[in-house]
Design a protein around this ligand. Structure first.
Ligand SMILES: Cc1cc2nc3c(=O)[nH]c(=O)nc-3n(C[C@H](O)[C@H](O)[C@H](O)COP(=O)(O)OP(=O)(O)OC[C@H]3O[C@@H](n4cnc5c(N)ncnc54)[C@H](O)[C@@H]3O)c2cc1C
Length: 570
């Protein structure tokens, strides 16, 4: 096929790729985004859409002012030996400018995270709010026919295909059966969704990561970015020490894309690359024992293509992936959905236990810390698995994984074996093949602790992050602790998973990919999870993958256009 000529080639259409594409097109470059899958958006379109951007303009406008030294100090403590000051400063100083750029020049708008604390409230300089933003809901009708190119939200995280925005909207849904205002809100939302489905054959109010990608796509289209699907990049073009394009496998056959200003690798890391997982995730000794919630097309292509032109990889880090507990939801065709548990673990009345029926960590901690706790509690050589256990009152109030709260039925999930149930704790233990005496002892002890509101074993409910994830209106003294008493009892099995990966291509503060000697490879950039995480394998706060993905995409685009990205240094 005739070669294509462009200014900038972006490989991958998640937040990392689209941030770079929109920025570069705004700066006047001709941009081509190529995507392997049939739809655009990658894992970013399934995500919560939260971006950790300390000192962002929405926080500042609300009066939350903090000097750079505050988030910088937090990261210095959190990242320890992984703290790379040049890259961290580039991220922290450019992040606010990135938000400013998108809200003033593109279709992407934000809502604030001014009440959302960092994960580790006991670390010096931890924030109690104002360090994150989320994509605002987006009206899908603005995409016209292009909406059919957008990856839909992950079905089991929706209600009849309707995405539910995190924060206040989610609270309304969880309170719909107990608060008339919430019921009215939910009724309006469901009716509007039904109308959209009748008129447009799908929901049109796009929220969370789906709203983020939709707004980025609208912006890319407005700026004339060319978006290709079903066209995986196979290999970089590399001449005289410079990357100048790539070979794409398109439905019409292979085609060379020559990109005058270079290439951005944004293929979403290696969550489905068994060889890398085997090498870098000790809990996955054959590469199979890790069930990522990312999209399955993220098979490590960016890392491989980069390595083939001499790129260095950074994988010596505390965790090579953004860990999360995942349950395996059977599909009728025999495949499984990897369902990430992000919402219910901190609510009062749930515990997580091992096969011995013992608790192993603070259930209200972040998904990453929770999962690291389960891995640490698993004896070497044994499969990493645990069980989330709750009672009838809990599951009907909050749901459990893919099982939704009342009035949604539990029957189908009991029938396909996803949910286990027992009229007694002993019967539940038998249904899960876990130690019955151990589970009974654990629940008895836990119920006593819940009555006192104290968790001397794992300190549940002691940090601001724990508490905001819990239930503010719970009757007990601890918003994360409640008794497990009302039969029948339920459990779901969780295994090791992730929201994405941390290890990846070595880059500098300008998002340039570095070779094994630490020198930039001319014309080659990385963004999103193809770039080794600026957090160095640690997880200090929610939004630390999308925040850097958006920011380093913005930085990379400026560099390809021969400019320095603006920084906010006040
Ligand atoms: C349920 C869930 C909720 C999450 N919530 C948050 C959150 O709120 N905040 C946060 O920071 N993080 C969150 N994450 C993690 C976050 O979604 C990912 O870390 C982020 O989306 C990665 O962005 P990316 O651009 O690197 O990759 P992706 O968005 O996955 O995009 C990569 C794209 O590259 C394509 N691709 C792969 N290989 C090729 C190739 N050879 N050629 C062309 N295209 C290719 C893929 O098909 C894919 O579309 C969440 C994850 C999940 C699963």
């Amino acid at each position: 096929m005739t070669p294509i000529h462009t200014d900038l080639l972006i490989i991958g259409s998640g937040a990392g790729g689209l941030s770079a594409a929109v920025t570069a097109a705004h700066l006047g470059l001709k941009v081509l985004v190529t995507e392997k899958d049939a739809c655009l958006g990658g894992t970013s379109a399934w995500s919560g859409g939260w971006m950790w951007i300390p000192r962002n303009p929405l926080a500042r406008e609300a009066g939350i002012q903090e000097p750079l030294d505050e988030p910088l100090g937090y990261l210095r403590h959190e990242l320890g030996e992984q703290f790379d000051e040049a890259r961290v400063r580039a991220f922290l100083e450019t992040g606010p400018a990135m938000v400013d750029f998108f809200r003033h020049h593109t279709a992407l708008q934000f809502v604030d995270g001014n009440a959302i604390p960092d994960f580790h409230g006991n670390t010096p300089h931890a924030g109690t709010g104002g360090r994150s933003v989320c994509a605002a809901p987006f009206d899908g009708r603005r995409l016209g026919a292009h909406i059919w190119r957008l990856r839909p939200p992950l079905a089991p995280t929706t209600l009849w295909g309707m995405g539910i925005a995190s924060g206040a909207e989610l609270r309304h849904f969880l309170n719909a059966t107990r608060n008339p205002r919430s019921l009215a809100y939910v009724s309006r939302r469901v009716l509007a969704h039904g109308r959209d489905v009748l008129l447009h054959r799908r929901g049109m109010r796009l929220v969370n990561g789906n709203g983020l990608v939709a707004a980025l796509l609208r912006s890319a289209l407005d700026l004339g970015v060319e978006l290709r699907t079903v066209s995986p990049a196979r290999q970089l073009l590399h001449n005289a020490g410079k990357v100048s394009g790539a070979v794409l496998d398109t439905p019409q056959g292979p085609v060379e894309v020559h990109a005058r200003c270079g290439v951005v690798l944004a293929c979403g890391g290696f969550p489905f690359d068994a060889a890398r997982k085997q090498a870098w995730l000790p809990h996955a000794p054959t590469g199979q024992e890790h069930w990522s919630a990312a999209v399955p097309t993220n098979t490590g292509d960016g890392l491989r293509m980069g390595e083939a032109v001499g790129a260095g990889l950074h994988h010596q880090m505390p965790q090579a992936a953004a860990l999360a507990p995942v349950s395996l939801l059977p599909r009728p065709d025999g495949s499984q959905i990897h369902f990430p548990h992000l919402i219910e673990r901190a609510k009062p009345g749930l515990i997580a236990v091992t096969r011995q029926g013992q608790r192993f960590t603070n259930e209200a901690d972040s998904y990453h810390d929770f999962m690291a706790g389960l891995i640490a509690a698993t004896p070497p050589g044994q499969p990493v698995e645990g069980w989330l256990v709750c009672d009838h009152a809990f599951i009907r109030r909050y749901g459990l994984g893919a099982a939704k709260p009342f009035p949604m039925p539990l029957g189908p999930l009991l029938a396909n074996g996803y949910l286990r149930r027992g009229d007694t704790l002993g019967a539940l233990a038998a249904a899960c093949d876990i130690n019955a005496a151990g589970l009974e002892r654990t629940v008895t002890r836990y119920n006593q602790q819940a009555a006192e509101g104290r968790d001397p074993d794992f300190h549940k409910g002691e940090t601001p992050y724990n508490r905001i994830q819990g239930e503010a209106s719970a009757p007990g003294p601890n918003p994360c602790m409640g008794p497990i008493v009302q039969a029948p009892f339920y459990a779901v099995r969780i295994v090791a998973g992730s929201l994405g990966t941390f290890a990846g291509l070595r880059t500098n503060a300008r998002a340039q990919v570095l070779d094994t000697d630490g020198q930039p490879i001319a014309g080659l950039y990385a963004s999103g999870n193809d770039m080794a995480s600026v957090m160095g394998g640690r997880y200090p706060s929610g939004g630390i993958t999308l925040g850097p993905a958006m920011t380093f995409g913005f930085i990379a685009a400026h560099h390809t256009a021969g400019q320095d990205a603006p920084r906010f240094t006040d």
